[in-house]
Design a protein around this ligand. Structure first.
Ligand SMILES: Cc1cc2nc3c(=O)[nH]c(=O)nc-3n(C[C@H](O)[C@H](O)[C@H](O)COP(=O)(O)O)c2cc1C
Length: 326
């Protein structure tokens, strides 16, 4: 079974990816960058360039993701990323549910306009081939905007193009991340779609994965489940992870991310990003509500570090049910 790290803006940057790669002993098959929105006149942000630099991604197999509904902007950015940094696969974001993105007809907002989407796909594959470029184009889609049965029309569009892999996040835009993933759609999608597929949505524990009969043996793209329990990829691949030893490895993992962020940013955004991470990881700690509250309230370095020490006084339970879903 292949396992991919989902793109998560603000979380799965190169510091996080490298720390996770070490923790999981290279067991994650692909890592997606958070989306990059083209800025045709200004170019990529420095932060986005740093995230793509090969020296910051030495051992991981990285797939940059682009968010746009402009075919020329996609082609120009994909070409730049491929030529400058050598990435072989470029992913298109057709899933982002945020209001500002959707109102501009991008992300999952693009799904409300299948004709334009069809034309866009025709252009980006055409342009890639005309320019003699060799990169693969993969898609990450939701089932639709408001009705999950929109997926059948979308599949009939996707299958017209040489999409290298189609990852389906089995929610519609209006589900955001809250409503349960519509996992049962996957078996019919497998029946109907002739190309390569990957599954995404609500895999939080090994136990919960075992019940997902519709997605067994498919490549899995994991998001919040990995952020919550970074050992999940190992556990899904059958590695037995012992809680006490895992806690020690989690300390090393935390240190790598905390120090990596400090090399990149000021302490205020560092603490902001670390707290975002703890909102997920905190869930595998046992009876740690008070310490989690101290973490949430930490305002500076010393309060943050004290709260982290307090967290690590608690046991962890990697088999615990997730409070984030399922
Ligand atoms: C904080 C956050 C940021 C996200 N950023 C992106 C992104 O940049 N690109 C993208 O395609 N999906 C993004 N997603 C969606 C995830 O990649 C994934 O599809 C979603 O979380 C469902 O998978 P999960 O249930 O395994 O978490 C984001 C989700 C969250 C919660």
């Amino acid at each position: 079974m292949k396992i991919y790290l989902a793109p998560m803006e603000g979380i799965t940057g190169y510091v996080y990816r490298n720390a996770l790669h070490n923790l999981c002993n290279g067991k994650i098959d692909k890592y997606y960058t958070p989306f990059i929105a083209p800025r045709p006149k200004k170019g990529m942000h420095d932060r986005e360039r740093r995230d793509l630099l090969p020296e910051n991604n030495q051992d991981v197999s990285l797939v940059p993701q682009i968010l746009t509904n402009s075919a020329p902007d996609f082609t120009n950015l994909a070409t730049e990323i491929h030529e400058l940094y050598g990435y072989q696969e470029i992913n298109l974001n057709l899933g982002c549910p945020s209001k500002t993105v959707v109102s501009r007809g991008k992300g999952s907002g693009f799904l409300s306009n299948p004709k334009e989407l069809d034309h866009f796909l025709m252009q980006i594959f055409d342009q890639r081939d005309k320019k003699g470029q060799q990169y693969d184009i993969s898609l990450k889609t939701r089932l639709g905007v408001s009705d999950p049965d929109e997926i059948w029309n979308l599949l009939s569009i996707y299958e017209k193009y040489p999409v290298s892999e189609l990852t389906v996040h089995v929610r519609v835009q209006s589900d955001y991340y809250k409503k349960p993933a519509r996992m049962s759609y996957m078996s019919e999608i497998k029946n109907r779609y002739p190309g390569e597929l990957a599954y995404n949505g609500d895999i939080f524990t090994v136990e919960n994965y075992a019940k997902c009969t519709d997605v067994q043996e498919m490549p899995l793209m994991l998001g919040r489940g990995v952020i919550r329990n970074p050992f999940l990829p190992l556990m899904l691949k059958g590695v037995d992870v012992e809680n006490q030893e895992a806690k020690e490895r989690l300390k090393v993992f935390h240190k790598a991310i905390y120090e990596g962020y400090q090399a990149d940013m000021d302490i205020v955004p560092v603490i902001f990003h670390m707290k975002e991470l703890w909102a997920y990881i905190g869930d595998v700690f046992v009876e740690a509500d008070k310490a989690r509250k101290h973490l949430r309230k930490a305002k500076n370095r010393s309060e943050y570090e004290e709260a982290v020490r307090e967290m690590f006084h608690h046991d962890i339970d990697l088999k615990k049910n997730s409070a984030l879903g399922n």
